[in-house]
Design a protein around this ligand. Sequence first.
Ligand SMILES: [Zn+2]
Length: 155
Amino acid sequence: MHSSDCLLCQTPGGTVLWQNQQLRVIDAGDALYPGFTRVIWTAHVVEMTDLTTAEQAELLRVVLLVEQAQRAALKPDKVNLAAFGNVVPHLHWHVIPRWQDDPHFPQPVWAALPHADATAQAAQEARRTSVRPQLNAYYQALVARLDSTLLGGPA
Ligand SMILES: [Zn+2]
């Protein structure tokens, strides 16, 4: 695939929070899952084991820093880490804060949306409303941690 045909070469795929030459961290802007973050490897690489050992360590380090920042700022019940890469030729990790009252819990966020009655829908909206004010603190702490841990430039 040529990069001119690739969505993730042509667009950031979300709001860039931080990046260096190897990777970027984006806010996915997910309507149902505030705080949903992705770590996207810049080059076209298919599998984790196509990276050098140092690159693997860097990518996983960033993924774990995102998880840590989510736990500290957002206090989710669980953090989901997922890597599929079946659609785009960029290794990327999804880092998703989850709550027991979120729309899919305990299913993955990609599952069919379960039926929710009015009470459950109200709880889901209340959860999102309580999470959104914490997002700026999450992003700021994450960027500060990435800046201090890795060589990189501001987004
Ligand atoms: Zn690409």
